[in-house]
Design a protein around this ligand. Structure first.
Ligand code: SDX
Length: 393
């Protein structure tokens, strides 16, 4: 199954690692979670079952799933003091800014009683993070709206609970359409893990020093925020909205090919995939379903996205550089149709990816030979030289 990285034992670093969690073949566009193809999981499984699979390595029995789901559901509330923590932020703060801060603050609420050297404690931290991230992401959204926080409800499934916490108000509860909840759940699954991407490597490197899992996940959220990484879903939709109509696409294609123009087609290209990102294909099908479900016919942004994809995939520049739509190209269209502002796209990516980050953290800490990461450098600076008094400079 592809090359497993090995390196000179004297060269200890987490820059290259062995992992049994996710497999990607970028040349053929394959993505497996614990050996199961993403297409089958997106169609037949659901996010909490995928969480169990990523954390434990096997699909759960019915009894194991029931116990896992009960644990997650009964840890969705956050400490009431965290509500006050939000008050320190401006209302117009980007939800990713508040999420980085509040998840880091979880270290002060949930870590004191945990010992990361104890496998059971690592499991407890994992459950708390998977359970509480949707609550905190919804709180970040509500805070930005100036609306009151909405508490989780234990009779709702994971995706419905998140939509409830985002869109309910005290005067009027939000009733989730089961088909919309399934679309939300599928988005969570498609973003759950992705091998050693930038944010996962950040979590591993932070975790390799023994930092607590809440601080490590906050570091992963900070890295994901960048527009070259998880921030691309917000940038991709804003780009499609800026293009506006299909007749304006050629100008943006020209700019994307102009090396003197910093503009890039957001949601296109990938460090690993040199073929279609399998998640983008599933996301594109889901976009059609969700827009039909919501009765949003002929969504101009979806028309621009499909036409942009068609033109780019016939263009020599993109074909020669093997640039295809990635997971971020269509996701924003779905989230926008559901009612989310673009600023909530990356927080949703972050809550989805928390299980991948914490599974990789657990895998690393479970390896008795794991050491602190220490990526090396190639020194290209000055040769050795003596100090020069200011009068001689
Ligand atoms: C994610 O790693 C992961 O797994 C990440 C992720 C995950 O699940 O964790 O998959 C999530 O981050 C997806 C990527 C989201 N980012 C974007 O959509 C931003 C737009 N994409 C680009 O910024 C870019 O494609 C990157 C950052 C994703 C990859 O950058 P690279 O490594 O420079 O891309 P490359 O090596 O494939 O580029 C090859 C060439 C370069 O030109 P040359 O130097 O060869 O002349 O293609 C060009 C690039 O300049 N290029 C683009 C382009 N992406 C690459 N040109 C125009 N538009 C683009 N989008």
């Amino acid at each position: 199954q592809g090359d497993v990285f090995t390196f000179d034992p004297g060269f200890t670093s987490t820059a290259a690692c062995e992992s049994a969690i996710t497999y990607i073949d970028g040349d053929v566009g394959e993505l497996w979670y614990r050996g199961y193809p993403i297409e089958q999981l997106a169609q037949k499984s659901h996010y909490l079952e995928v969480c169990y699979l990523l954390l434990n390595g096997e699909l759960p029995s019915a009894d194991q799933m029931e116990k896992f789901e009960w644990l997650i559901t009964h840890h969705t509330m956050v400490h009431e003091q965290l509500h006050y923590f939000f008050r320190g932020f401006r209302r117009d703060s980007h939800p990713m800014a508040t999420l980085v801060g509040v998840v880091g603050a979880m270290s002060a609420f949930y870590h004191d009683s945990l010992d990361i050297n104890d496998p059971h404690h690592r499991e407890v931290a994992s459950i708390r993070l998977i359970a509480k991230l949707p609550t905190l992401a919804a709180m970040a959204y509500k805070y930005s709206l100036g609306q009151p926080f909405v508490y989780p409800k234990n009779d709702l499934d994971y995706a419905s609970n998140f939509l409830h916490m985002c869109f309910s108000v005290p005067a009027e509860p939000y009733h989730t359409d089961p088909a919309l909840a399934r679309a939300m759940d599928r988005i969570f699954t498609l973003h759950a893990d992705h091998e050693q991407n930038a944010s996962t490597s950040t979590v591993r490197l932070a975790g390799s020093s023994g930092a607590n899992p809440f601080a490590c996940i906050a570091a992963g959220i900070a890295c994901l925020w960048g527009p070259a990484h998880g921030g691309a879903n917000q940038a991709a939709l804003e780009m499609l909205q800026e293009i506006g109509t299909v007749d304006r696409i050629p100008e943006y294609i020209r700019r994307a090919k102009d090396k003197d123009d910093p503009f890039r087609l957001m949601g296109f290209g990938h460090r690993v995939y040199k073929n279609f990102d399998p998640r983008a294909k599933i996301m594109k099908e889901s976009a059609d379903e969700v827009l039909d479900l919501l009765g949003i016919e002929n969504n101009p942004t979806l028309q621009v996205a499909k036409e942009l994809e068609r033109i780019a995939l016939e263009d020599e520049y993109f074909v020669s550089k093997k640039l295809y739509p990635n997971v971020d190209f269509y996701s924003g269209i779905i989230l926008s149709a559901m009612g989310f502002p673009t600023s909530m796209f990356t927080p949703i990516f972050a809550l989805s990816r928390t299980v991948g980050w914490i599974s990789q953290w657990k895998e690393m800490l479970g390896d008795p030979d794991s050491k602190i990461g220490r990526p090396r450098q190639l020194y290209i600076g000055s040769d050795r030289r003596d100090y020069l008094d200011v009068a001689k400079r």
